[in-house]
Design a protein around this ligand. Structure first.
Ligand code: NDP
Length: 327
């Protein structure tokens, strides 16, 4: 509902009007924007940032998703196109800066993959592993939150390269997935292990070359003394710390010095120029069955809040997706 005419005295219906997003676009009122129908929404840890820092109370929360263009005021997009990028958690959205959206050209894979494997988390795994971690064939790789959206792909990339790969996750079901579906050499449930140092020593008697860190906190601290000389720690995320008022203490940082470890953080947004190269690499691997992907799909926006919160408690098994509409 729009405010159409200035109110002088009492409010009348003629002061207001109903305009659809398509009508606004056609009238050039939102030039450069696209009106979309949301199909799949991603539950990403990043949603917490978006909610805290760029959402007004009462507005739909923003987040990554897959959508169909209904009307376009932007030269790069036309009606019927499928896109992935930041949209709203609602049935229909007006995306005012569609330049940041990616057009979906390959539809012979599940569309929901563009919230995970072929979207932001997939790019994160690719950039974080190949561009930041300097991995080599034969090296030992450890991944935390390994059964999640990013971790499961990092593990598969590392296996394809010829590394020895171990993952940690927070349930027996996830450990089983890692070992029996995702091809990890070994995996453990960190919630059942009292002594993380001991389990890491058991899995990596000669040490870790690459630690792909998704969690930070006590796992990172336990990894530090188990790094090999000249090992690399790729800081992808620190989900164990996001909800804490005070970050946990670190006791083993000295190992970075003693072992000459390189510890590097990165943000996927700096690597989106590699997206076409990423697709070229990954699409054939999916089609040949060399890469598989586990999704945890819930139906309906009304189930979105519980699904999103669940990611911060490890309730998701694989990439958590919310279906808004399948067509
Ligand atoms: P996931 O799909 O892996 O979901 C999050 C998982 O984190 C949960 O399933 C849970 O798995 C684990 N987790 C939740 N709370 C804790 C905790 N307190 N301690 C330890 N583990 C916890 O998420 P993503 O794969 O999308 O993201 C993984 C990491 O990558 C996050 O830290 C995220 O912020 C980061 N990220 C960074 C990007 C970048 O540009 N650098 C871009 C995208 C993501 P479990 O059962 O193992 O506990």
């Amino acid at each position: 509902v729009i405010y159409r005419e200035p109110v002088r005295g009492s409010l009348k219906e003629t002061h207001l009007g109903v305009r659809t997003s398509s009508e606004r676009l056609k009238a050039g009122e939102d030039s450069g924007a696209i009106a979309v129908k949301n199909l799949y929404l991603a539950c990403d840890p990043y949603n917490l940032n978006l909610i805290k820092f760029s959402t007004q109370l009462g507005s739909p929360i923003p987040g990554y998703g897959v959508a169909r263009v209904l009307e376009s005021g932007h030269p790069n997009f036309k009606k019927g196109d499928l896109v992935w990028g930041i949209t709203g958690w609602e049935e229909y959205s007006l995306i005012t800066a569609p330049e940041s959206c990616f057009k979906i050209e390959h539809t012979d894979v599940p569309l929901s993959y563009y919230t995970g494997l072929l979207g932001m988390p997939g790019m994160t795994a690719y950039a974080g592993f190949f561009e930041v971690s300097s991995p080599k064939k034969g090296e030992t790789v450890f991944i935390s939150a390994a059964a999640g959206a990013v971790g499961q792909l990092v593990g598969q990339f590392a296996k394809l390269l010829g590394c020895y790969v171990v993952g940690s996750a927070g349930s027996r079901e996830k450990v089983d997935l890692l070992k029996n579906k995702l091809g990890f050499d070994d995996a453990f449930n960190y919630k059942e292990e009292q002594d993380l140092d001991a389990v890491l020593k058991r899995c990596f008697p000669e040490g870790i070359d690459v630690y792909f860190d998704n969690v930070g906190g006590r796992m990172l601290d336990a990894v530090l003394p188990n790094m090999k000389l000249h090992g690399r720690i790729t800081v992808c995320g620190m989900i164990s710390q996001y909800s804490l008022e005070q970050p946990e203490g670190m006791y083993n940082l000295m190992n970075i010095l003693l072992k000459r470890v390189r510890m590097q953080g990165f943000l996927v947004f700096d690597y989106y120029h590699l997206y076409p190269k990423f697709l070229e690499t990954v699409l054939p691997q999916i089609k040949e069955g060399k890469i598989v992907y586990v999704e945890d799909i819930v139906e309906g926006l009304e189930n979105g809040p519980a699904a999103l919160v669940g990611v911060f408690y490890g309730r998701n098994v694989g990439k958590q997706v919310v279906v808004v509409s399948r067509e």
